[in-house]
Structures are given as structure tokens and as C-alpha cells.
Design a protein around this ligand. Sequence first.
Ligand code: SF4
Length: 422
Amino acid sequence: MREDFLHFLWRWRRFDARNLATSDGQALEILHPGEPNPHAGPDFFNARIRLDGTLWAGNVEIHLNASDWLAHRHDADPAYDNVVLHVVLDEDQRLRRPGGELLPCLTLRERIPPQLLEKYFRLEHERAWVPCEKTFGTVPEIVRLNWLDRLLVERLEQKTESVAKVVEATGHNWEEAFYRVLARNFGLKVNMEPFEALARSLPLRLLAKHKDQLFQLEALLFGQAGLLADKFEDEYPRALAKEYGFLQHKYGLQPLSAGQWKFFRLRPAGFPTLRLAQFAAVVYRSAHLFSQVLETGSTSETEQLFSAGISEYWRTHFRFDKTAVRQPKPPGREFVHLLLINTVAPFLFHYGRAKGQPELQDRALRLLESLPPEANTVVDGWAKRGQRAANASQTQALLHLKTHYCDEKRCLECAIGNAILR
Ligand code: SF4
């Protein structure tokens, strides 16, 4: 058993509370279990209890064994002086305060309902993809949907933290920060790092000087990516290399290494060369993308900003010097939707909070609701277990639930887990 199960029992009073008494025989009444403390110090603050009719207000500490109090050196820590009750599974040792009086202790072992214990152990030891998958369907839909709504906000908050770091790193230049995060997400999982490094090495203000020339934008992006160093047969990459040589000298640029880009196991449509061409086309469409995002209203308008057409050469090539058997296309809708989910929504959410504009945070949520569900193995896994997603806000919440709750066995903090353990 883990200690957090005792926290759960205490917080929601899910134990047999008839004839409660401390181990030294004082009648115990719990008026309020206190507020959970996620930081250092006692586990619950501001609890209120009655011991033999006397009201006590203070903190509660919880352990599997009473002796853990000494093992954790709470006896020498003034932060624990105001503990009014020690709640334990087993009292393997009687504890006294520094003044010599007994520390009131409640033992829970005989008070845990057997059915609840059985359900807890089943969740704890289940090795299934989702540990609760056998009982998941018994949880009312309203509980699941409300929980997904909360998880979506939690996920956006988490993404917002990484957006905030980039905004901070750019000296609160929102356009530059948006450009960097967009570049990172253009790389998807496989080429995320080199795309991000590329954007850092090639600031947006520099690209903006060439925003009217798609050819120069491509020269800068491909050259800086280190992908123009070969001896090419085609005229187009040779011209790009020549242009980059000129711009490199002018701006004192140091290209990345070509070896950072991964082509292996990617379908041609996902090759970084084609993604770079698509990225160049998006910058060509607007060097002030974030301002444009703020100005657009509907999802389809926002989508349009990222669906720019690629240049002539890339309509017949996936890589330099290799003519494509099938014709490459501008970014597909599914890819654009991923950009909206992973870049636009977190930026709107963060910007709305930073600027005190809650309507932008609502817009981020509505944007996700208006997008179709994502297709990936996690979303498929949930669908096979009966939890189908209606839109991207639910797929985002389900991804968060699987990765940050189910995989980490945080069932006691999960509304679904709580409903199962009822
Ligand atoms: S975290 Fe929630 S949904 Fe996931 S296995 Fe536990 S109870 Fe089920």
C-alpha cells in the first residue's frame, strides 16, 4: 500500500469512522480533515478535531507506520510542532512530543472497508494499458466528461509553461516566440530539435527583411539548416546555395549540421526538406503571424494562415535532386490542425492570461472544440475501451489523462478513480 491511499482515506473520510478513538483511548471526532498540503511540511493544514470533547485546530501528518515520524526526523523539525493528530496504518511505536506527552494517533488498518481495499489493490496492481479499463465503463459519462474538461485546462496550463519560457527567452517578443514554437512544431516529434535550433539561429526579424522573396526565404532556411552544402545536379538547389552564400556572408551566419535532420522511417510527405519548404511558405505569407492569429476570428481563417502553397520546385520534389513519383502537396489539414493544437491554442491561452484578456483563453478552448479529434495510438486506445473523442479538446484531455495520470498510476487524484473507489 502507498501512503497516498491513506491520504485519500483521510481526505474523503473513506474509513469506518464509528466510535473513533486515538490509540491512547481518547474519543476522537473529526470536524474537518484539513487542506492537503502539496509542499514540504505536514500533510494536511488547518484540520479541526475534538479529543475527549476538547476542540483542537492544527495540522495532520500521515504515515504508513508511526515510526516513520522519527525516520523522517519530524521530531526535530519545528514545522511539525502544530500537528494535532498522527494518522497511521499501523502504530508500530508510541510517540511522544518533546515535552513528554503522547502524540495523539489514529490507526486505520482495521477501519478500511474491505471492498474499497480490494478495488484499490486491483487498480494499483493492474498492468493493463489503462489500469481501470475493466471498470471504466461503470463511471457515469457526466463524471468522465467533466473530468476531461478539467484535464484540458491542466494540459493547456502545462503547455503554457513552456510557451512562457520561450516568450521570456525572447525578451517578451511575442512574434519571435511564436515563430520559434511554430518552427519546433513543424518538426513534429522527429525533427523538433533541429527545427527549434534553426529558428533560434535565424531570427524572425532577419527573415522578415526578405519576406517578399520566397526564394530568399528558402535560401536562408535551407542554407542555415546545413542542407545546401552538397554538390547538386539540379539548377534550383545550386541557385539556393549561391544565394545563401551571399546572405550568409552578409549576416555572418553559421549553419547547423545537416546530420541533425532525420529522414529515416519518415514518409516522403514528412521529410524535413518538404517541411522546411512549407515553413518558408508560411513565413512568406506573413512575417507577423501571431498578430494575424489574434486578428482572425474563425477556425477556418486561422487554418488558412498555415496552409500556404509551396514553391514550384517542391511541387515535384521531396528532396533536392530527386524527382518525386507522387506529387508533394502543401501541408495537409491534419498537419495544420496539429499546428493549431500545439502552437496557436497554447499561445492564445498564455497571451490571454498575460494580457488580462480572458476572451482569448476562451477562444483557445473554442478553437480546440472546433477541431476534429486527433488520430494517434493513444486516441485509438481510448476508443477501443469505449471512450471516443468528439473533438480535439477531448483528444488533448485523453492524451493528458493517459500520460500524466494512468501511466503514473495517479488513480487516487483522478475523478474516474475516485468514482470507481466509491
Ligand atoms: S488514472 Fe483514472 S482513468 Fe487512468 S487508470 Fe487510474 S482511474 Fe483509470
